[in-house]
Design a protein around this ligand. Structure first.
Ligand code: NAD
Length: 788
């Protein structure tokens, strides 16, 4: 059975149902095949919907598709999705747009060019086809000017963020004449099909995220100059302490390109009232102007605020710019006392440069944000969501205000002789959010609290956790009741690494299920990563004190836990998002079904740290390939496939790739919108619960000794080609043994218990080698594999 939001890509017949009584968008047109247009077209194709992509430059659209097939991070979730994009030239292929239900314009940011194009589109589009612009700065009113009634009724702004596949925010602006059905259709399509969080914005310059994000960048730059901070100091304060990505502000500019700044500034200056704080703060800095003139525009140019240079020994040295001389110097770790503070208010009150900087930027940012509701959005919850999803902030501005204290902020603004926005004055000693009866509420502009709305079909574990106590809990994992007889097992260690506590909680959950506490189990969490696998730090520690018995005991307990997930008398559904690596992947391999977020990155990566999967991963992946009806028959092909995937630590870079690699089954579902993942997984679990019987697991017929020898020869070839190190050979030998059934003959069956024993033996033998320990240590220190 297919999951609720599942759709086979490259198969338009499986385009998802967008709900009843809503006009369905079955074909999309995108005009402008640049950075954004091409990326939007790719995401539409990822979702299994055919899309026409046109550009004014002949051949440009086709080139964009080719380029995207080579781009990293990939705009396409799998290569096959590219087949759903029909590239064409505006001059000759305009008629292709006649079949489209939605045409999205993403051409150059010039109102006249856009309006000229709209006039052309008017001559081909079918009646009622929705038109939208991806403009970042042009008001809707300016785009619809002189365009006629039927155009205005079908027109809106759909503002995607770059890169469109990965950024979850979609800002939507409707005009006074826009049909409600058009807004509803785009909202539905953006949310369910493209997986975006759709935030309604007012027709104001920069909408929500770029208005506030732009002011934040401006303030963070200006204040760094005023208070004479180094770029490293500014970025250290502007990142972790405020819940902002580690690029901070200067690192972010390097990422997006410094040359973008003057354009954004000019457009904001042209559209905002002169007394707006954003317009007032516009300033030019000589160093930055010089950098742009010299092509030092960031990562895509000749370096930016940061750059890398080769050291005397050929090593790569990180350098940073001196903001006053414009010269590069060795990058320095900031030494500010204020940086050690965990509490945001303590940071903003600290007297050193870092504290004064934090205070100044927070006052600029939060005072501004509070002054903009309801001008740019109807709700503070929408503003916060836009900043979280459009800029990857952990907290939106109003959540930051609550962390500081609204009254504290109001006092601080008044102390500095700045206006206190009415919304901030209104909240007084209170907060913008509160929890009542287990529900999250926000302060409306009418002064009354109301629940933060969740669209139908959205179930968040965070909401469940607010309103209930766990059914069971330890330091590593918790079990929650998510309603209708379904429980959810949540991991909550750092990066959701799996440890003895996790294994214990799996056992406890299953025992509770067997006693009738629930009738189906979902394994899901809202961490960035589903799980990065077994905690290798613990393994290293145990190996260093030679606690071999303990380690082997944990491997055995893990294998048992995986088997019991699969063999439980009720269905177990895995619902991953982000990385599911090593042990995290092994958990999914033992679930009865998986409902995966489209952005799931799944793989058995143990070889990278000199190990082999020990929790049934070798055995189950092998079985997947052996039972795959499309795979070549015979005992050797599945072994060779699993061997190749595990020995080279292959990771699927989307749920679709995971399906091709059989980490997911064809029947496993894919959900595009992360907020809908848990509800989809729960629905899947319930659909399996009726008359559920655990799968039957028979023995495997494996090639045995001859297969092992053949794999050994293949590895030897790799050594000769310089592609494998001596330690790779050792890892491969153990892996080959675990996949071929060891020393057995190919006429004998191999049981799961025998294969699990081989996995354990291989794992333990490898863990006892210094080369594996060196790999683990290196991975823990650098996050990268060591080739030794
Ligand atoms: P881009 O320069 O990369 O691409 C624009 C493309 O449009 C080019 O391929 C160009 O040949 C084509 N084009 C120009 N005039 C055309 C016409 N009349 N008909 C058909 N094609 C035409 O630009 P981009 O960064 O992709 O931006 C496109 C739009 O998206 C702009 O409105 C921009 O403001 C907006 N936007 C950009 C970003 C971003 O980060 N780059 C983010 C959000 C929104």
């Amino acid at each position: 059975m297919r999951g609720a939001s599942d759709h086979g890509a490259a198969d338009p017949a499986h385009a998802p149902d967008q709900g009843v009584n809503r006009p369905r968008i079955q074909k999309v047109g995108v005009v402008g095949a640049g950075v954004m247009g091409a990326g939007i077209a790719a995401q539409v194709a990822n979702a299994g919907v055919p899309v026409v992509l046109l550009d004014i430059v002949p051949g440009a659209a086709a080139k964009s598709v080719e380029r995207m097939l080579k781009t990293e991070p990939a705009p396409f979730m799998h290569k096959g999705a590219a087949r759903l994009v029909t590239p064409g030239d505006l001059g000759t292929d305009l008629a292709l747009l006649a079949e489209c239900d939605w045409i999205c314009e993403a051409i150059v940011e010039k109102p006249e060019a856009k309006r000229d194009l709209y006039a052309k589109l008017e001559s081909v589009r079918k009646r009622g086809a929705i038109l939208s612009s991806n403009t970042s700065t042009i008001p809707l009113a300016a785009l619809t000017e002189g365009m006629g009634e039927s155009f205005a009724a079908d027109f809106l702004i759909t503002h995607f963020f770059n890169p469109p596949r990965y950024m979850r925010l979609l800002e939507v602006v409707r005009g006074p004449a826009t049909r409600a059905e058009a807004v509803a259709a785009i909202t539905e399509f953006g949310d369910r099909v493209l997986g975006k969080t759709v935030i309604p914005c007012k027709d104001r310059p920069g909408f929500i995220a770029n208005r506030i994000g732009g002011l934040w960048m401006q303030s963070a730059i200006n204040r760094a100059f005023d208070l004479r901070l180094t770029v490293e100091e500014a970025d250290a304060i502007m990142s972790k302490p405020m819940g902002i990505p580690k690029t901070g502000v200067f690192g972010l500019l390097d990422l997006v390109g410094l040359d973008l700044m003057p354009h954004v500034a000019a457009s904001m200056k042209a559209t905002l009232p002169a007394e707006d704080a954003y317009a007032l703060g516009l300033r030019e800095h000589d160093v930055i102007l010089r950098m742009i003139a010299e092509g030092r525009t960031g990562r895509k140019g000749k370096g930016g605020f940061y750059t890398r240079e080769k050291g005397p020994g050929g090593e790569s040295l990180k350098r940073a710019i001196d903001l006053w001389t414009g010269e590069y110097r060795e990058s320095e770790k900031p030494q500010l006392e204020s940086l050690s503070l965990r509490d945001l208010r303590a940071l903003a009150e600290h007297p050193d440069r870092g504290g004064r900087y934090a205070r100044a930027v927070l006052l600029d940012l939060l005072g501004y944000a509070a002054s903009l509701v309801p001008e740019i959005a109807d709700s503070i919850a929408d503003v916060d969501a836009a900043m979280r999803l459009g800029y990857n902030w952990t907290y939106g501005p109003f959540e930051l205000i609550d962390r500081l204290g609204a009254a504290w902020l109001a006092r601080a603004l008044a102390e500095d002789g700045r206006p206190v926005p009415p919304l901030l004055a209104q909240v007084g000693e209170g907060s913008f959010y509160r929890v009542r009866d287990g529900r999250l509420e926000y302060l409306g502009t009418d002064g009354a609290y109301q629940p933060v709305p969740r669209p139908e079909g959205v179930l968040l574990l965070a909401d469940v956790k607010r309103r209930s106590a766990p059914l069971a809990r330890n330091g590593s994992a918790s079990l929650w009741d998510i309603g209708d007889g379904v429980a959810c097992l949540e991991f909550h260690t750092r990066m959701n690494a799996l440890d003895p506590g996790t294994i214990e909680m799996i056992g406890k959950s299953l025992a509770m299920g067997k006693k009738g506490a629930f009738r189906a189990l979902v394994i899901h969490n809202e961490g960035e990563q589903f799980s990065v696998g077994a905690n290798i730090g613990l393994a290293l520690f145990a190996a260093n004190i030679a606690a071999w018995g303990e380690i082997e005991g944990l491997i055995e307990a893990g294998q048992k836990a995986m088997r019991s997930l699969r063999d439980a008398p009720f269905p177990v559904v895995g619902a991953p998002s982000g990385m599911a690596l090593g042990g995290g992947c092994e958990i999914l391999l033992h679930c009865d079904a998986v409902q995966a977020h489209a952005e799931s990155y799944i793989g058995l990566v143990e070889a990278g740290v000199g190990l082999i999967p020990g929790w049934g991963g070798c055995t189950t992946l092998l079985r997947r390939w052996a039972e795959n009806p499309r795979a070549p028959k015979g005992p050797m092909p599945p072994v060779a496939k699993a061997f190749e995937m595990i020995s080279t630590a292959q990771v699927a870079k989307s749920a679709f790739e995971a399906r091709e690699m059989l980490f997911l089954r064809p029947t496993d579902g894919i959900t595009f919108n992360r907020d809908r993942l848990l509800a989809d997984a729960k629905a899947r679990a319930l659909s399996l619960a009726e008359g559920y019987a655990p799968p039957e697991v028979g023995p495997l017929r494996l090639p045995g000794e001859t297969g092992r020898v053949a794999l050994g020869m293949a590895v030897h070839q790799q050594v000769l080609l310089g592609r494998a190190t001596p330690h790779d050979v050792l890892v491969c030998e153990r892996l080959a043994e675990a996949l071929t059934g060891g020393r057995k003959d190919h006429t004998e069956d191999t049981t799961e218990a025998e294969l699990h024993a081989l996995e354990r033996q291989g794992f333990m033998a490898l863990l006892k080698t210094p080369a594996t320990l060196a790999r683990i240590e290196h991975m823990l220190e650098t996050g990268r594999p060591l080739r030794n």
